[in-house]
Each structure stands twice: as structure tokens, then as C-alpha cells.
Design a protein around this ligand. Structure first.
Ligand code: PLP
Length: 419
């Protein structure tokens, strides 16, 4: 950091302000986590310099010995962690992994069945502004309006009618476990590939807190930076029979040189996830999400599906008369970082939304448990109800911000080393 400060003090200040933001507030974005110093060290390493197009043992450049070793470590650890036949650790991101999976499994124009976007599907599941919606023929399935759970009968009916080449399950804001076995049955019935987008929950699978999609899916796409607590990046797990197609779809079809520093950092994160402590961590992540969800319910913010099995919850603020957009702004003023989120069958525009989404990966990394999670629910409730347009509301938000600062001092993110 000293070298950076000397060369570019302006940018060094930006990085310091991000560190202060992490230290001084509560991070509840469900797709974020706080990586270990070991993962950060690998990310900031000299492997960032290396061109290593190809795969270990078959590269298009010389000098790839250490790069090969890093990738071999990442792949063997991931295979071991997830019980997968084959793993490709080169995708630059979750979206890159998914694009490669499309490239390997389907042809332009093919029908693809995935969850409707407004209900929690990702852009790559068929949005018109994304390659998936422009080049393929997306069909959307929904949720039961009463329970807000996946309507498996509708998935089956749509599959029978449209005969998709690929079915996708996995979402950005679905708080419950997905029945991968039922998806497998439906895919088999209509002769479709099953792709599980485990971007959000792969860390929970690594920590054995929820059932694994690996035995049921043809291909599992994932990110490495959410609950899994690795560097920003993606990966693809698949059966041996699809390995060559997946590898070719990543390189040379959709990517060039892999980010070898990120691959090295993925290896570190997989090693951390192999440790028994990681299972304790993810179980606590889920318990914290359940405690936070129950606390938000008590605050009058109804939890979508009535709770959560995972690291995230979506709270419907309709009864409080506050939109998701206003809630996000109010929480921001109180140093609580979360995001607005549509609730199932929302009547608000996505940019306004009726709900918020919270996740507990960061606060659990910081060592918080259920009691603190309930306390946080109370702070969110107070922030959401405080209108910054009024003097009393603004004062209340400042009060909550002070309480947040006091709380996080007990659980410092990236604690300063002792002098
Ligand atoms: N799939 C799902 C379900 C996601 O939630 C996300 C990102 O949050 C992605 C894919 C894409 O991941 P990335 O942002 O790394 O491209």
C-alpha cells in the first residue's frame, strides 16, 4: 500500500475510503462478502502479469509452470469440495460462466426455460437486454402467488409445451432451497439440459448447509465471490462427458487469457472452504439470515415466502408504506448498505420496488450471531420508518448511524493489526 500511496495518492485515498466504508457500516448486500487477507494477497500477486491462454499442460505461451500449478490446485480443490467430475475455474465472472454454458449446450434460437426475471431470475436467464434474450428464445416460469415458492407444476407444463433445449434454475433473490431432483425429472422428460445457476448459493453448498445441485445438474455455473468468500470470478462444474465442450466454450469461444491472479485466489478460497470452520461459518450465515428475517417481520416488513433457508431474505415493505428505493436510501444514510428488491408480482417499477433484500455473509464473516442479527433488524426497521425529508426523521437516521458505528466496532471488518 505504501508503494501505491507514493505512485498514486489520489487512488490510494479512494481505496482507503472504501476500507473505511466497510469498517464503519453494516454490509448486507446478499451477493457480497469480505475475503480473507490470503485471498486478497493472491489477487494482488504477480500472476496478474501472466498470459496463460489454454489449460494446464496445453498453453499458448511459455513460462506457464507456476500458472499451471495454481490452476491445477484450484481445479483439484474445487472437484474435491463439490464432488464434481470436472471444474473449469477460468470464467471471469458468473455471467461469463453462464455464457460459456449456453455456448456449450444450446444453439442460437433454441428455447430456454428459466425463472421470470421480475421474480428473481438473472439477466443471463433470458433478459431482452442480455445476450441470452437476444440470441435465444426464453420462456419464463413463475412462483405460486400465495406461497411465493417455485411452481414446479408450471415448470413441467411449460417444458411439455415448449420443449426447451435447456432448463435453468437458480436465482438472485429466491430465499428457499430449490428441488433440483424435480428439475432433473422435468429436464429428462423433455430431453433438455439442466443448468443450475448456483451463483448465489454455491458457498452454502461448499459448507454443506443446503443440498448440492451437482448430482442432478448437467452443468452448474457459479460465482466465487459471494458466500464462498473468494475473489470476484466464476466457475463451471460439470459431468465428465461435457468437460471438453465446456472447456472449449470458455476458451477459445467466449474468453481469451485467464486472469491467473484470480485463479490463484480461487485456489486459496477453495482451500479455506475445505476447512471444517467453513461449515460452521455457513451454518451461522443461515441462522443469522433466519434471525434477521424474523426480526424484520416483527418490524412490520413481511418476509417473502415467510422466511429463508439460505443466506438471504427479501422483505416486503408495503405494510410500512415505504418503497424499496426509499428504504435503500434511508438505510444508506444510517450506514446500512442493502439493496431495493422487487417482491414477487410487484406492482412497482423495478427501479422503485416494494422490498429490500438482505444477506448475512459479511456480518457472519465479522463474527456476528443471532442476537446481533435481531438487533440489526431493529436498526433497519427504525431507519426504514425515518423520513429524511423531516427534521425528526433525519435526526432518527443519525441516531441509527451512531448505533451502527458502535455495533460494528465490536466486529471490525479487516481489523487493524495491533500496533
Ligand atoms: N447469476 C446469478 C443468480 C446472480 O445473482 C449473479 C450476480 O449476482 C450472476 C449470475 C452473475 O454474476 P457476475 O456478476 O459475477 O457476472
Amino acid at each position: 500500500f505504501d508503494a501505491l500511496h507514493e505512485t498514486d495518492p489520489e487512488l490510494a485515498e479512494v481505496l482507503l475510503s472504501e476500507l473505511h466504508r466497510l469498517r464503519d457500516g453494516l454490509q448486507l448486500i446478499a451477493s457480497e462478502n469480505l475475503t480473507s487477507p490470503a485471498v486478497l494477497a493472491a489477487m494482488g500477486s504477480t500472476l496478474s502479469n501472466k498470459y496463460a491462454e489454454g489449460y494446464p499442460g496445453h498453453r499458448y505461451y511459455g513460462g506457464c509452470g507456476p500458472a499451471d500449478r495454481a490452476e491445477e490446485l484450484a481445479v483439484s480443490r474445487a472437484k474435491d469440495l463439490f464432488g464434481a467430475d470436472h471444474v473449469n475455474v477460468q470464467p471471469h465472472s458468473g455471467a461469463s460462466a453462464i455464457m460459456a454454458a449456453y455456448a456449450a449446450l444450446v444453439q442460437p434460437g433454441d428455447p430456454v426455460l428459466a425463472m421470470d426475471l421480475p421474480l428473481g431470475g438473472h439477466l443471463t436467464h433470458g433478459s431482452k437486454v442480455n445476450f441470452s434474450g437476444k440470441w435465444f428464445n426464453p420462456i419464463g416460469y413463475g412462483l405460486h402467488r400465495d406461497t411465493e415458492l417455485i411452481d414446479y407444476d408450471e415448470v413441467r407444463d411449460l417444458a411439455r409445451v415448449h420443449r426447451p433445449r435447456m432448463i435453468i434454475c437458480g436465482a438472485t433473490a429466491y430465499p428457499r432451497n430449490i428441488d433440483f431432483r424435480v428439475f432433473r425429472e422435468i429436464a429428462d422428460e423433455v430431453g433438455a439440459y439442466l443448468m443450475v445457476d448456483a451463483a448465489h448459493f454455491i458457498g452454502l453448498v461448499a459448507g454443506r448447509a443446503i443440498p448440492s445441485p451437482v448430482p442432478h445438474a448437467d452443468v452448474v455455473c457459479a460465482t466465487t465471490h459471494k458466500v464462498l468468500r473468494g475473489p470476484r470470478g466464476g466457475m463451471i462444474l460439470c459431468r465428465e462427458g461435457l468437460a471438453a465442450r465446456i472447456d472449449k466454450a470458455v476458451f477459445p469461444f467466449t474468453q481469451g487469457g485467464p486472469l491467473m491472479h484470480a485463479v490463484a485466489a480461487k485456489a486459496v478460497a477453495f482451500r479455506e472452504a475445505q476447512m471444517p470452520e467453513f461449515q460452521g461459518y455457513v451454518r451461522q450465515v443461515v441462522r443469522n439470515a433466519q434471525a434477521l428475517a424474523a426480526g424484520l417481520d416483527t418490524e412490520g416488513a413481511r418476509c417473502v415466502t415467510g422466511g429463508t433457508d439460505t443466506h438471504l431474505a427479501v422483505a416486503d415493505l408495503t405494510a410500512l408504506g415505504v418503497t424499496g428505493r426509499d428504504a435503500e436510501e434511508r438505510c444508506d444514510l444510517a450506514r446500512i448498505t442493502l439493496n431495493k428488491n422487487a417482491i414477487p408480482y410487484d406492482t412497482q417499477k423495478p427501479t422503485v420496488a416494494s422490498g429490500i433484500r438482505i444477506g448475512t455473509a459479511c456480518i457472519t464473516t465479522q463474527g456476528m450471531e443471532e442476537g446481533t442479527s435481531r438487533q440489526i433488524a431493529g436498526l433497519i426497521g427504525r431507519a426504514v420508518r425515518s423520513d429524511p425529508g423531516t427534521a425528526a426523521g433525519l435526526a432518527a437516521l443519525h441516531e441509527v448511524a451512531d448505533e451502527v458505528t458502535a455495533l460494528v466496532q465490536r466486529f471490525p471488518a479487516y481489523a487493524r493489526p495491533a500496533p
